[in-house]
Write a protein that binds this ligand. Structure first.
Ligand code: 0RA
Length: 633
């Protein structure tokens, strides 16, 4: 074997060595995200073929083992001709030389960007096995690799009709501690790809469950927007979504509709990659859109009397999808989901402003409906300002006369170590008031169910006594007048029973916070308390279990001793001292921090679950909140 090696082979082998040595540098890590990057990378190559008009069908098959995948397209097929100088086929070069892929055809749009733009060779390097099959020129060709190295030569395996590329790979367990693909993550990505690339048929075959999805949308982003708007139950102000398509250095596609919803909802993608944290493309869009609308209003003398339109008024109820494709995207932020290319801002602004203005001028009845919508939101803002001023406090320690009567405040509000417990029910509230650390723990008992605030305007929220009490106690205001600097407590901790009623209340509170006080979550101030479900006495020792699993573990540890198990029916039943020890005491309690893993997904799912089964809603928030960050705070 060794005798077959040539100097060139060695160069190639060295070529992929760094990828296996430091996979994180190429795919961001070896956890689930890195593992899925291998799929996106391979998928992007097929999508590139489709984007450039050569492929119409893409099929992704997750195999029964859950750890290997096949991605097939009907594009031109990876070239197999042998380069006389290297004596290697183009296919071999693409899979064994770092960054070789992009060099073949300049000028084409590559979907790949940021972490994904690393080429088929990286996927190959990190796979235990990879098999590439190509149909071209009437034949089928195949070549196999192991850990990035050819496992044989490129073989002509028979005659074939049509053209296309099929890549099978199984990530290497020597690289990835856990090789297990997550079907929902893949399905979501494929569905989005089918919207971003209209007409392309994307099939997902999940052999682990036997389920098959076919995604194909002839209208692309327009279909996507309609789905989002329908899911929000938000009536569009106008029928036809405005669509803009441009192509020069930046390929841009944008669809928008104004709805009667009160929030702004923009989903954005760069080279097919979701940008949940926005970035320069979104900023360019907002700038261009604002200018276009203002120009239209001024040109047509539609300015309202007695109120000035703000940028937020213009965007209230705006629901849109923005997709841009650019040459060298740079992503930023912890989750790499914010675009950072400065030149994209002016490029997008420069496309959207004239594009939208032109469209408004050509669709005047629609334009007038949009302008009326915008003026209405400005008036509503003015009207609710007076109401908001009532609940906004002057400062954290300002006079307490306006605090809600049922709040048991702490003696040191305003300090970062102070905490507000929002407690379900008066009796639990009573135990908490007695059991707490008065210096820094405040208790706000809530009676009954909280208003479901999904799709509810700030003005409406302010009609609900329980929520006004909460906002007043927090002192930070709500909606547009929110100011975190005025927050009276370092943490807000939701304390609800561990049963379905308790989950429901926690869900409603989290929905309210997510929609109307989102900065509380992003600044890491919102927590869920974890009251125990069981008390387990073993001899003289008392243990607390949060759930069945913990109970089982404790009982198991007890061995021969006979544990005495008490199940708490609710918080109200717990003695103040017990509540302190298990749930309130910062030294012994466990809190779950509420975090939003994916703003867009969270937003959409809250919308979709709206009005449906509350426990499903709760499960969703718990799952997505990456609540698993368990803290011994
Ligand atoms: C380089 C050149 C050509 C096609 C491709 C790469 C190609 C790569 C992949 C990866 C997955 N599917 C793919 N399909 C095509 C152009 C070949 C020609 O000019 O015929």
């Amino acid at each position: 074997m060794a005798s077959n090696y040539t100097a060139k082979d060695i160069t190639v082998l060295e070529g992929l060595e760094p990828v296996r040595k430091r996979p994180g540098m190429y795919i961001g890590g070896v956890g689930s995200t890195g593992l899925h990057h291998l799929v996106w990378e391979t998928l992007d190559n097929s999508i590139d073929e489709a984007m450039n008009g050569h492929a119409k069908n893409i099929r992704v098959t997750l195999h029964k083992d859950g750890s290997s995948i096949t991605i097939e397209d009907d594009g031109r097929g990876i070239p197999v001709d042998v380069h006389p100088k290297t004596n290697k086929s183009a296919l071999e070069v693409i899979f064994t030389v770092l960054h070789a892929g992009g060099k073949f055809e300049a000028g084409n749009y590559k979907t790949a960007g940021g972490l994904h733009g690393v080429g088929a060779s990286v996927v190959n390097a990190l796979s235990r096995e990879l098999v590439a099959t190509v149909k071209r020129d009437g034949y089928q060709y195949q070549m196999s690799f192991k850990q990035g190295k050819p496992a044989g030569s490129l073989k002509k395996t028979g005659a074939a009709r049509g053209t296309g590329t099929t890549v099978y790979f199984k990530p290497d367990p020597q690289i990835f501690p856990k090789v297990e693909f997550d079907p929902p993550i893949i399905r979501e990505r494929l569905e989005i790809a089918s919207y971003l690339h209209r007409g392309v048929k994307v099939i997902f075959e999940d052999e682990t469950t036997g389920l098959k999805d076919v995604f194909q949308h002839e209208e692309g982003l327009v279909d996507y927007l309609e789905k989002i708007v329908a899911g929000k139950n938000a009536k569009p102000v106008h029928d036809a979504p405005f669509t803009l398509e441009k192509e020069n250095g930046v390929k841009l596609e944008f669809v928008v509709q104004w709805t009667e919803a009160t929030d702004e909802h923009l989903r954005s993608y760069v080279n097919g990659i979701p940008t949940g944290s926005g970035g320069t493309h979104e900023n360019g869009l907002r700038a261009g859109l604002g200018k276009a609308v203002r120009n239209y209003i001024e040109t047509h003398n539609l300015s309202p009397k007695g109120v000035t339109l703000t940028a937020e008024d213009i965007r209230e109820g705006m629901t849109g999808v923005l997709s841009v494709f650019i040459q060298e995207p740079q992503f930023q932020g912890q989750t790499k989901d914010r675009l950072n290319n400065p030149e994209v801002l002016s490029a997008v602004d420069g496309l959207v402003r004239p594009g939208l203005e032109h469209w408004l001028n050509n669709n005047q009845s629609v334009a007038e409906a949009i302008v009326a919508r915008i003026i209405l939101s400005a008036r509503a803002r003015e009207a609710s300002r007076a109401a908001q001023a009532e609940v906004v406090r002057k400062g954290p320690t300002a006079g307490r006369v306006n605090l809600p009567g049922k709040l048991a405040d702490c003696t040191n509000p305003g300090s970062i170590t102070s905490e507000l417990f929002v407690v379900e029910g008066d009796s639990a509230g009573g135990s908490a008031k007695q059991g707490r650390d008065r210096a820094r723990q405040a208790i706000l008992p809530l009676r009954g169910k909280v208003l479901n605030t999904e799709g509810v305007s700030t003005a409406k929220v302010l009609e609900n006594k329980e929520l006004v009490d909460l906002v007043t106690a927090l002192g930070c205001g709500v909606g547009k007048s929110f100011d975190i600097a005025r927050m009276r407590y370092g943490k807000v901790i939701i304390l609800a029973d561990a049963d379905s009623d308790g989950h429901h209340i926690a869900t409603l509170l989290l929905t309210f916070i997510f929609r109307h006080l989102p900065q509380l979550i992003t600044s890491g101030r919102v927590y869920l308390a974890q009251p125990p479900l069981y008390r387990i006495d073993i001899g003289k020792d008392t243990h607390w279990a949060l759930d069945e699993q913990q109970k089982a573990d404790i009982v198991k540890q007890a061995g021969r001793a006979h544990p005495e198990i008490t199940r708490f029916k609710g918080l109200g039943e717990m003695m103040p001292k017990v509540l302190w020890e298990t749930t309130l005491n910062p030294r012994t309690r466990r809190l779950l921090k509420v975090e939003i893993a994916d703003q867009l997904v969270t937003d959409r799912v809250i919308n979709e679950l709206m009005g449906k089964d509350a426990s499903a809603r709760f499960r969703f928030i718990m799952d997505r909140a990456e609540d698993a960050v368990e803290l011994d705070v």
